[in-house]
Design a protein around this ligand. Structure first.
Ligand code: CP
Length: 303
């Protein structure tokens, strides 16, 4: 793969290769500590981020490379009206690989069309977030020991949630996965994704109440209702607390269910849940660094 814009850019073999390499890095980080000596990662973040930007940067630093970039559009020449195309043409004069987040769907694709260096989509609006998906796969594989034969509940904002869109697309490649899509009616998965689930004859159902089905789940993937994607503050306020995972609901879940969340969370997981051993979202954030190390090594041909 030259660029990573969405999950379909990765073959099944490439996904396996990235996850296997991430496991090897976790087991033996010293072997990889100088693999990217002399290499530079540019992080072009037109939209806020904590985990994605910092885990990309930590990943490159732990591989021996360097990082440069910006963390908001305001601090770049985008504020003066520079296009994504011109920005990427410029940045490739200074860096070997780019991770880019942008509020507009399709922006990373536009960047890749003008880039001679690899471009990684670090989230484009409500569209896709493929490195979060690799993070999710690594976390599930390490905690559950498999990427097949489970029931996953995806809960919250399934309409605008790019992490959910990328994860569903990727999990459709694996056998015997049942999807339970838990959302208010207004925040159901987009039609194109429901059509993909139907076309692949995936087992899936759409429900509104988490309590009804939490006992069936092997994995519960919570998401935030994203204020920044709403056109109307009233709708956001009405929907933001649709789901709050607390210990009363956790008591209804299986003993070996795991709770994931791409984070940041607002109210959708009570802090009391953090001390439950099934709460795995901070382990997931750590997996994000290792999977991005593996991804960059692969994309730079240094694995
Ligand atoms: N998961 C995720 O994308 O988090 P950030 O917005 O903090 O990068």
């Amino acid at each position: 793969m030259k660029h990573l814009i969405e999950p379909k850019d990765l073959t099944d073999q490439e996904v396996d290769g990235i996850l296997d390499l991430a496991d090897r890095i976790i087991a033996d980080p010293k072997t990889y500590a100088h693999k990217c000596d002399g290499k530079k990662l540019a992080t072009l973040f037109y939209e806020p981020s904590t985990r994605t930007r910092l885990s990309f940067e930590a990943a490159m630093l732990e591989l021996g490379g360097s990082v440069l970039g910006f963390s908001s559009a305001d601090s770049s020449s985008a504020a003066k009206g520079e296009s994504v195309a011109d920005t990427i043409r410029t940045v490739q004069c200074y860096a070997d690989i780019v991770a880019m987040r942008h509020p507009k769907e399709g922006s990373a694709k536009v960047a890749s069309l003008h880039a001679d260096i690899p471009v990684i989509n670090a989230g484009d609006g409500g569209h896709q977030h493929p490195t979060q998906t690799l993070t999710d796969l690594l976390t599930i594989r390490r905690l559950k020991g498999r990427l097949d034969n489970f029931t996953i509940g995806l809960c919250g904002d399934l309409k605008f949630g790019r992490t959910v869109h990328s994860l569903i697309r990727m999990l459709l490649r694996y056998p015997n996965i049942s999807f339970v899509l838990i959302s208010p009616n207004e925040l159901r998965v987009p039609d194109y994704l429901r059509a993909e689930l139907e076309a692949k004859q995936a087992k899936f159902k759409e429900v509104e109440r988490l309590e009804e089905i939490i006992g069936e789940l092997d994995i519960l993937y919570m998401t935030r209702v994203q204020r920044e994607r709403f056109f109307n503050e009233e709708d956001y306020v009405r929907l933001r607390d649709s789901y709050i995972l607390d210990m009363d609901k956790m008591k209804m879940a299986k003993d070996d269910m795991i709770v994931l969340h791409p984070l940041p969370r607002v109210n959708e997981i009570s802090v009391e849940v953090d001390s439950d051993p099934r709460a795995c979202y901070f382990k997931q954030a750590l997996c994000g660094k290792y999977v991005r190390m593996a991804l960059m090594l692969k994309m730079l041909g240094l694995d």
